[in-house]
Design a protein around this ligand. Structure first.
Ligand SMILES: Cc1cc2nc3c(=O)[nH]c(=O)nc-3n(C[C@H](O)[C@H](O)[C@H](O)COP(=O)(O)O)c2cc1C
Length: 439
């Protein structure tokens, strides 16, 4: 079953669309809760308000992994837009784990460039916390722009999507053993560069999240829950050595993949598309025990089921469910996580799809304790000052909101710099036209 695209103009339309799609989203006319600051755990890292920017990769670093001109332009636009926290995009900790020569990669030699990024973001945002996402792209690694997948086991559903041959070698335990040290070192670099926290990324089927479903892998990193979560938790511990009141350990965490067991994590053992929260809840508690105090949640894998991760109107396929059901799943999952570990400051997702109705739903979700903050991804590409308009004008401009057309993703899939060719057309429309001349 698919569903209608977003056509709501009035609150009446929005209520009817929810009824049609069988969901009931939180709502509030009083947006004042979104302006409240939030201090993370017992640190001094304080979100200026409850509207945050998700990590959004632009594929525009310099070849050595430093932020490029377009990266800095994006950060400046986002930092100036009034959001309470800026979560900087996927940054590899090792060269072989980059998705392309355009992905950020932090190391000693380019530390000064990351320092400039953090400084500029702090200055323009008037002190909003800036988190750096640390990652190893695993099966999506293309360090020289050709696929060099680092896979932890042969997952047929992902292999098929990516055309990976069953004879491709699986990464060794010895290679994985060295990674926590590298994440720890990268977290220290992030701290030295002036970021307010490091994110140990575990979502979307990149290396750490792929291991969560490595049921069939032999050895120290496969089979049991302890083994499948070992690398992620060891990497958190290695980063947490550098935790301080000014530097939080964070995670972009996807607890449920909506990929049938045994090829996805957090799913019912009967192979259906029903989440089973037992293992995700256990892992989430252990993340807290290891030192995680801030989480930006997500679901699914953008390479397998992008409609789960970012409900859209136009994308690679018609979503197999009403679009608002996808939004509702994301909001419900955040509520579940907030209840499971209240001590982790939680950023929810799913709001960009809602256009001008996002502020009311975000205020309803935060006000009802379903999440601590609402994160925006594609909206921040399209409308980097969305937060200021919500907080100061009480509304979003319908002429500026993200239209969920997936053109940003289409550009990224071509291993090309990306942004919003609709709302930021001066820079990105010519690129889109060059990449897709016939459209
Ligand atoms: C172009 C693009 C780049 C992205 N880059 C990242 C990234 O670097 N790290 C990450 O965790 N998620 C990334 N995401 C996912 C977003 O952070 C976010 O989860 C997703 O877009 C859903 O939020 P939204 O509905 O507000 O857009 C990216 C998504 C898009 C479309």
């Amino acid at each position: 079953m698919s569903g209608a695209r977003f056509t709501c103009r009035t609150e009446e339309d929005f209520r009817a669309a929810q009824e049609r799609d069988g969901v009931s989203l939180p709502a509030s006319h009083d947006l004042s809760v979104l302006a409240e600051p939030l201090t993370v755990g017992d640190t001094r890292v304080t979100l200026k308000n409850r509207l945050t920017i998700h990590p959004m990769e632009g594929f525009d670093s310099t070849p050595d992994g430093a932020p490029g001109e377009l990266t800095m332009r994006r950060i400046r636009r986002m930092a100036s837009g009034g959001a309470g926290l800026l979560w900087v995009e996927a940054t590899s900790v090792v060269e072989e784990g980059r998705t392309s020569t355009g992905q950020l990669w932090i190391h000693e030699e380019n530390l000064d460039a990351f320092k400039r990024l953090a400084e500029e973001a702090h200055r323009l945002s008037d002190g909003a916390p800036v988190i750096l996402q640390l990652t190893h792209s695993g099966r999506f690694s293309r360090p020289d722009n050709t696929p060099r997948p680092v896979i932890s086991y042969h997952n047929p559903v992902m292999n098929e999507k990516m055309d990976i041959d069953p004879s491709w070698p699986v990464v060794t335990d010895e290679y994985l053993d060295a990674l926590p040290g590298k994440f720890g070192a990268a977290a220290k670099l992030a701290k030295d560069a002036g970021f307010d926290g490091a994110d140990i990324k575990c979502c979307h089927k990149y290396l750490f999240s792929e291991l969560l479903s490595a049921y069939s892998r032999p050895g120290r990193y496969g089979g049991s829950f302890e083994n499948r979560t070992r690398l992620f938790l060891d990497s958190i511990r290695a980063a947490a050595v550098h935790a301080s009141p000014e530097f939080v350990i964070a995670s972009r965490f996807g607890p449920v993949e909506m990929i049938p067991h045994p090829w996805g994590f957090g799913m019912a053992r009967d192979g259906s598309l029903t989440p089973d929260w037992d293992e995700p809840d256990r892992l989430y508690r252990e993340m807290y025990d290891c030192g995680v105090r801030l989480v930006d949640m997500t679901l699914g894998s953008p390479y397998y089921n992008p409609h789960v991760n970012r409900p859209y109107d136009n994308g690679g396929y018609e979503p197999p469910e009403p679009r608002l059901a996808g939004v509702s799943r994301l909001i419900d999952a955040a509520a579940h996580m907030k209840k499971t570990v209240p001590g982790i400051a939680l950023i929810g997702t799913g709001y960009s799809y809602l256009r001008t109705f996002a502020p009311g739903v975000a205020a309803g979700a935060v006000g009802n304790g379903l999440t601590d903050a609402a994160g925006f991804g594609r909206m921040a590409f399209a409308y980097p000052d969305f937060a200021r308009d919500i907080l100061e004008k009480g509304a979003l401009d319908p002429g500026k909101v993200c239209l969920t057309c997936s053109k940003c993703t289409a550009m990224m899939r071509k291993i090309h710099a990306t942004g919003c060719p609709i709302r930021d057309r001066e820079v990105y429309l010519p690129m889109l036209r060059e990449l897709f001349p016939k459209e």
